[in-house]
Design a binder for this molecule. Structure first.
Ligand code: F7E
Length: 363
């Protein structure tokens, strides 16, 4: 093997950890150690493409168990430690704020301590989030934007960002905290709004095709705006961040923003299902009129609701507008996102329609 560097990746059963492993295994030479938390009912669906690869090894550990991280770093002696393990669902962070803080903030200290003690040359990536910007002051948001989180999740990620900086400056560690705006794909968890929509569209597509009745998709705030990209583009940006002369934090984003309602429109259009908003305001002279709670997205042919609002999906506090500025990542890292919004939605819808078809065939 010409290059036998070792990379420890956490969170490999999730979207980003799995995409990171796939990306790294396409580069010759690296040995990947993928960390998972032991569970009595493990789900390795996102790992199918690499779990049996000779250059991949599954290891057990937990961000909240510093002994497990110490042992892994001491034994593996990784050259890179990429931390994608987290409780990543903002919506549930109000229900379990301590667990979110323990994992997403204190867990990062455990990683940094393990590196400091047992392999200080190891380069560390901490998965930061646009949720740290929260109640935004301006757009597009860049690294200079103040930290103003609106959720326990955002507050925990902000704490992680500060501690990464502290370790970097105190111990001269190569430790970076990427500010990643929303990123999606076919490995996305079903509780996140994009996947919830594309899975719902696929379910409705098959119901219409088979002339069966269907339930509408129930969503919360349709007016929130998000800057969505493809997770597969982002893992490349993460790897570039880890391979600079000097450690530095960067924003990864598409530089475009869309409402949740836009995502709904785009997803149904890609499935060939014609829908329209009723009881929603008109977009007059380019002014966005927020969609009221009474609005419905109905099927034009049958007038049946495709999407309805259920207040149980509203959050105690919302981040209304996220729009990132990826200029520095593009100019300084040479990073280039390949998959724009429309292509991303199309890919997710096509995937979920196909998955639903396979499921129907097997029953
Ligand atoms: O919500 C609204 C919801 O849960 C997006 C994570 O990867 O990105 C993600 O966090 C928006 C919010 O993602 C539903 O209120 C409406 O405004 O898909 P989401 P998120 O909270 O933006 C950041 C960058 C991360 O770091 C996170 O780890 O959609 N929304 N209706 C809904 N959201 C959900 N989940 N479900 C709904 O029914």
């Amino acid at each position: 093997m010409i290059n036998s560097q070792k990379v420890l990746v956490t969170g490999i059963t999730g979207q980003d950890g799995a995409n990171m492993c796939e990306y790294l295994l396409r580069i010759p030479g690296y040995k990947i150690y993928g960390m998972v938390r032991r569970s009595s009912n493990p789900n390795f669906k996102n790992c199918e493409a690499f779990i049996n690869n000779d250059r991949f090894q599954l290891v057990y550990g937990d961000l909240t168990d510093s002994t497990s991280l110490d042992n892994l770093v001491r034994e593996i002696q990784p050259d890179y430690f990429i931390n994608f393990a987290a409780n990543s669902f903002v919506g549930c962070s109000w229900d379990m704020p301590q667990q979110v803080f323990n994992t997403n903030a204190l867990g990062v200290i455990n990683c940094l301590e393990a590196i400091k003690k047992f392999q200080p040359e190891c380069r560390f990536y901490s998965a930061g989030s646009s949720e740290e910007f929260g109640d935004v002051d301006y757009f597009p948001q860049d690294m200079k934007h103040p930290i103003k989180p609106r959720s326990p999740y955002g507050a925990a990620k902000a704490a992680a960002r500060h501690i990464v900086k502290v370790y970097r400056e105190s111990y001269e560690m190569y430790a970076v905290h990427g500010i990643l705006f929303n990123h999606e794909g076919t490995k996305r968890g079903e509780e996140f709004v994009t996947r919830k929509i594309t899975k719902g569209v696929a379910r409705i597509y098959h119901a219409i095709k088979n002339k069966k009745s269907f339930e509408s998709i129930k969503l919360g705030n349709l007016n929130a705006k998000r800057d969505w990209s493809d997770s597969e583009d982002f893992v490349e940006g993460v790897w570039l961040m880890l391979n600079q002369d000097k450690p530095r934090d960067f924003v990864l984003a598409s530089g475009q923003t869309h409402t949740i309602a836009d995502f709904v429109n785009c997803a149904f259009a890609h499935a060939g299902i014609k829908g329209e908003w009723i009881e929603a305001g008109e977009d007059v002279h380019g002014q966005y009129v927020p969609i009221p709670q009474s609005a419905k997205f109905i099927h034009k042919e049958t007038n049946k609701p495709l999407v309805e609002i259920d207040p149980k999906f509203f959050r105690p506090a919302e981040v209304n507008l996220l729009l990132g500025d990826p200029t520095e990542a593009i100019t300084k890292l040479g990073w280039k996102p390949k998959i724009p919004f429309d292509k991303l939605v199309k890919k997710m819808v096509a995937w979920d329609i196909n998955e639903a078809e396979k499921k129907a065939d097997s029953t």
